[in-house]
Design a protein around this ligand. Structure first.
Ligand code: AMP
Length: 437
């Protein structure tokens, strides 16, 4: 048996707090290191923060060698796209995630659109442009709304939905003019898809694949799914929209052809693969985007429901033994509410003292930290998305009630959060409870 007594988790957000918390529950793990971690991971038992940035690949590898880490799990996309798995593998260190070549699925939207088209996987029709061939007249002939996207990683801000041709041209020219640096040197302009958005996450080793529990998140900042796009203001699992029939269709039409296409292209995929899908009225799962890692905040409710050993799952996937393990999920629903700093996703304050965490720790559910730091004995805000409170319950409504009890226990200056996380799932529960059984 491989020695998994020391695990390294890379990243410092809510997703990584949930990953580290779950890793620490594994009977095979003695110590979890988190680089760089946050105030939440600092307080978890058997867990130690390491002051190395998530993108310092050389520093992380040196630490993994020095501490003889048995398994490294990478949270964010940055280090994956930069090739952390390739660097660790070359040094014979186990690191779970896709190689740099496979991570292009998240790192380049132009590459991904071409990949999807070539392999016949459903997605919005599109055209790519650079500054050299940008065609204003072409844009003017397209049906509205139009979606303009920077090719590369732009911290979730590189997508603009435009309801007029002029605003689409303006957004395109801003990107091509350097608004996102190199990430915007190429842009994708695509058709606007209607339907309901679903996140579908699998763990994969080439053709071996297991779907994780289904989930859905809320990207808009304000209640009613209004206001600006964010990294995610809350999420829940399961997503009632994803029926077993739809799940089978997503596996058949999206996940399997993607893994097969990557294999044929010479970039076999190992790691978590997250498909952001727009399910149209006729049930077609159109790919909006791929992420080459777990989602944030979907990971928090998903891992609240995972009853089996997360470290063994990742280890099995890394070594091609995924067919030997079956993740076991709590049948209850989990729902997470993101508590964000006032002003997010635009400019926001940092350094505000967070109160009520001790009281929250005595309540059912779990508060995962994201942008938090320790200052003396205080825990202070240190990012846009600060906490994610997760509740469990027999229904999504019950999970929601537990999550908001935690929200109500915690406070800081200008905290903002949505009050309606899970509203679509809850509406579905209400409809199904009215139907005769
Ligand atoms: P992305 O970074 O590609 O996931 O885009 C961010 C968000 O923009 C998505 O989660 C969707 O809500 C929205 N979006 C992106 N592309 C489209 C599209 N073609 N049609 C409709 N909405 C889209």
């Amino acid at each position: 048996m491989r020695d998994l007594s020391k695990v390294l988790v890379i990243g410092g957000g809510g997703r990584e707090h949930a990953i580290a918390w779950k890793c620490a529950q594994s009977p095979r793990v003695r110590q979890v290191f988190v680089a760089p971690g946050n105030a939440g991971t600092a307080f978890e038992p058997h867990t130690t923060n390491v002051d190395i940035a998530a993108d310092d690949i050389d520093g992380l590898l040196a630490f993994a060698i020095r501490e003889d880490i048995g398994l490294t799990i990478v949270g964010p996309e940055g280090p994956l796209v930069a090739g952390i798995v390739d660097a660790f593998t070359a040094a014979h260190r186990a690191c779970f995630g896709p190689t740099r070549a496979a991570a292009r699925l998240e790192g380049s939207k132009a590459y991904t659109k071409e990949f999807l088209k070539r392999h016949g996987i459903p997605t919005a029709t599109y055209t790519t442009f650079t500054a050299a061939n940008f065609d204003v007249d072409y844009v003017r002939t397209r049906r509205l709304p139009l979606v303009v996207k920077a090719d590369g990683l732009a911290a979730g801000k590189g997508v603009v939905i435009c309801t007029t041709h002029e605003s689409a041209i303006e957004a395109a020219q801003a990107m091509l003019g350097g608004r996102f640096g190199k990430a915007g040197e190429t842009i994708v302009i695509e058709e606007y898809l209607r339907g309901e958005e679903v996140s579908f996450i699998v763990i994969a080793h080439d053709s071996q694949v297991q779907a994780l529990a289904t989930s859905q998140d809320h990207k808009r900042r304000d209640d009613g799914d209004l206001g600006p796009n964010t990294g995610g203001m809350g999420a829940y699992s399961p997503a009632p929209l994803v029926t077993p029939a739809l799940e089978a269709r997503i596996m058949r039409e999206v996940i399997e052809p993607t893994l097969e296409g990557l294999r044929r292209d010479g970039n076999p995929y190992v790691g978590f693969l997250y498909a952001g899908l727009m399910v149209s009225d006729d049930g077609t799962p159109n790919v909006i985007e791929f992420n080459c890692r777990l989602g944030d905040p979907e990971t928090q409710p998903i891992l609240m429901r995972l009853q089996s050993d997360f470290v063994e799952l990742c280890d099995a996937a890394l070594h091609g033994a995924l067919d030997d393990v079956t993740p076991v999920w709590d049948t209850r629903a989990a729902l997470g509410v993101v508590m964000a700093a006032g002003g997010y996703p635009e400019a926001y304050a940092k350094g505000d003292v967070i109160t009520g965490l001790d009281a929250a720790a005595r309540l059912p559910g779990k508060v995962f930290h994201a942008g938090t730091a320790q200052r003396g004995t205080d825990v202070v805000t240190a990012g846009g998305r600060v906490l994610c409170t997760v509740g469990l319950g027999q229904t999504v409504s019950a999970a929601k009630a537990e999550a908001y009890e935690l929200v109500d226990a915690v406070h800081w200056n200008l905290v903002q959060y949505r009050r309606d996380i899970g509203h679509r799932a809850i509406a579905r529960e209400d409809i199904s409870s009215q139907q005769p059984v």
